[in-house]
Design a binder for this molecule. Structure first.
Ligand code: DX5
Ligand code: ZN
Length: 236
C-alpha cells in the first residue's frame, strides 16, 4: 500500500493557514491533518469547524480531522458539514464507538478511531471491520513536537495482523514524533498514513522533508509469521 502523508497544521503559522496548506500540498502531501483540541480531553484549545469550513474553500486535499475532544458526538455533524473527509474520534471519549462510526458514515465521511498510547488494540478489535482507519497515537495527544514512544510500532504491527486476518479494508494512521527515521519503523510495522507536524513545518525544505518521511515503498507479505525478513516482530 502506498504511503500517504498527512501534514499536521498544528505546527503551521495559523495567521497564514491557506498558504501553509498550499505549501505542503504543492509538495505532494495527500491529506491535511487538523488537530481539534477542546481544553478538556487534552489541555490546549486549537481549531474548530469554522476553520475547516474556510480551509475547504482553499484546498482539494483530503481533510483529515483528528478530534481530541470529550463528547465527540456533539462535534461530528459540524465538522462533516464544514467539509471534513475523514473524522477520527478517540475510543477513550465514548461508550458508543460503533454508533459514532455509523453516524460519521451517514454524514458522508470516512470514520477513524484513535487510540492513546496507553490504550490496547483490544479496545477497538470489534470496530476494525466498521472503521475506515485506526489512528495509533505514537505520542500522548496534546502537543506537537513530542518524542516518539518506541514501544508503539509493536502495537501497530499487532493491529496490522488483526486487520490482515479479518481481511478488512482499514487504514493504519500514526501520529506523533514522526520524522524520516521513525517513519521507516512505523511503515515496516504496517502503518500507511503518516501524520507529521514539526518534522514538516519545521523543515527548511518542506518538499524534501515530505519525501524523506515518505521514504521507499515497503512491500508487505501477508501472513508473514514465518518470513525470514520479518525478524523483530516474530515474538508477536
Ligand atoms: C498531537 C497531535 C499531532 C501533532 C503531531 O496531539 O495529534 O497531530 O500535531 O506533531 P508532531 O509531528 O510534531 O509530533
Ligand atoms: Zn493529530
Amino acid at each position: 500500500m502506498a504511503t500517504i502523508i498527512a501534514p499536521s497544521i498544528l505546527s503551521a503559522d495559523f495567521s497564514r493557514l491557506a498558504e501553509e496548506v498550499k505549501k505542503v500540498t504543492d509538495a505532494g502531501a495527500e491529506y491535511i491533518h487538523v488537530d481539534v483540541m477542546d481544553g478538556t480531553f487534552v489541555p490546549e484549545i486549537t481549531i474548530g469547524a469554522c476553520v475547516v469550513k474556510s480551509l475547504r474553500k482553499e484546498t482539494d486535499a483530503t481533510i483529515d480531522v483528528h478530534l481530541m475532544v470529550e463528547h465527540p458526538e456533539t462535534q461530528i455533524e459540524s465538522f462533516a458539514k464544514a467539509g471534513a473527509d475523514i473524522i477520527t474520534f478517540h475510543v477513550e471519549t465514548t461508550k458508543h464507538a460503533h454508533r459514532l462510526i455509523e453516524r460519521i458514515h451517514e454524514l458522508g465521511c470516512r470514520a477513524g478511531v484513535a487510540l492513546n498510547p496507553g490504550t490496547s488494540v483490544s479496545a477497538i478489535e470489534e470496530l476494525i471491520e466498521f472503521a475506515d482507519m485506526i489512528l495509533v497515537m505514537t505520542v500522548n495527544p496534546g502537543y506537537g513536537g513530542q518524542k516518539f514512544i518506541e514501544s508503539m510500532p509493536s502495537k501497530v504491527h499487532m493491529l496490522y495482523h488483526m486487520i490482515d486476518e479479518l481481511e478488512a479494508d482499514c487504514d493504519i494512521e500514526v501520529d506523533g514524533g514522526i520524522n524520516a527515521e521513525t517513519s521507516v519503523i512505523v511503515r515496516e510495522a504496517g502503518a500507511n498514513i503518516l501524520v507529521a507536524g514539526s518534522a514538516i513545518y519545521g523543515a527548511e525544505d518542506v518538499a524534501q522533508a515530505i519525501k524523506d518521511i515518505r521514504g521507499k515503498e515497503i512491500i508487505h507479505s501477508h501472513h508473514h509469521h514465518d518470513d525470514e525478513d520479518e525478524e523483530g516482530y516474530d515474538e508477536l
